[in-house]
Design a protein around this ligand. Structure first.
Ligand SMILES: O=C(CO)[C@H](O)[C@H](O)COP(=O)(O)O
Length: 232
């Protein structure tokens, strides 16, 4: 989908809860993707980890391409890799609509963000909990989205770190609605309203969907409803 259309769709209220496939049943990947889409997901979040930038390995382009084959939903690919420049083209070719690279993985993210946009995808920059927003000030004009991590990346089901909320508030006051803001890590029924109150429109959720006893539709509806309360 073209960049402008993706951004318009995602900016539409209410906030967007993105299932993070990190915690899905990979033995039934296509069925899991179809199930969260049928449950009301408006976009999907895929975590690419290289065992170098983070202490875990997940998957790469073949899984992104496999997800692309079963859905037209926007795919947000979070690249937790040490050399993002080497892989962004292949990730876009595999079907990513939003490409998120880490500020900590590169001295200057600007050429990569520009390149992502030149390929027609949305450019996004992630920062880990200890990284201040000042570290990405020069790159902000080239970002369609900023992801404030609320855990150290690498694993699901970690405890929410509220330092991300201060950064969301600061980014919101700097850039208003021109920048999509995303949060990832420990987002659940207890924390989601704080995230939207701080300015997040994109809410990445892993364990509170895939490890919940509730049906996906129920979890997604509850999280979306609670997320909307934070915007009132
Ligand atoms: O990027 C991630 C970890 O690096 C995951 O997307 C994230 O942590 C989601 O899982 P949970 O909602 O269980 O925290």
């Amino acid at each position: 989908m073209p960049r402008r259309r993706i951004l318009d769709e995602l900016r539409n209220p209410p906030p967007v809860v993105l299932p993070s496939l990190l915690l899905c049943d990979f033995g039934n990947l296509a069925a899991e993707v179809r199930a969260v889409e049928a449950a009301g997901a408006r976009a999907l979040h895929l975590d690419v980890m290289d065992g170098n930038f983070v202490p875990n390995i997940t998957y790469g382009m073949p899984i992104v391409a496999a997800v692309r084959r079963v859905t037209d939903l926007p795919i947000d690919v979070h690249m937790m890799v040490a050399k993002p420049a080497a892989f962004v083209d292949e990730i876009i070719d595999a079907g990513a609509d939003i490409v998120t690279i880490h500020a900590e993985a590169t001295d200057d993210p600007r050429p990569i963000l520009e390149h992502v946009r030149s390929r027609g995808a949305c450019a996004s920059l992630a920062i880990n909990p200890p990284t201040p927003i000042e570290a990405i000030a020069d790159a902000l004009p080239l970002c369609d989205m900023v992801l404030c991590m609320s855990v150290m990346p690498g694993f699901g089901a970690q405890e929410f770190e509220s330092v991300a909320l201060d950064k969301l508030r600061a980014l919101k006051s700097l850039r208003g609605d021109s920048l999509l803001l995303e949060i990832d890590g420990g987002v659940n029924a207890q924390t989601v309203a704080q995230c939207t109150a701080a300015g997040a429109q994109m809410l990445v959720v892993g364990s509170a969907i895939f490890k919940s006893q509730k049906p996906y539709a129920e979890s997604l509806a509850e999280l979306t409803r609670l997320a909307a309360t934070g915007t009132q």
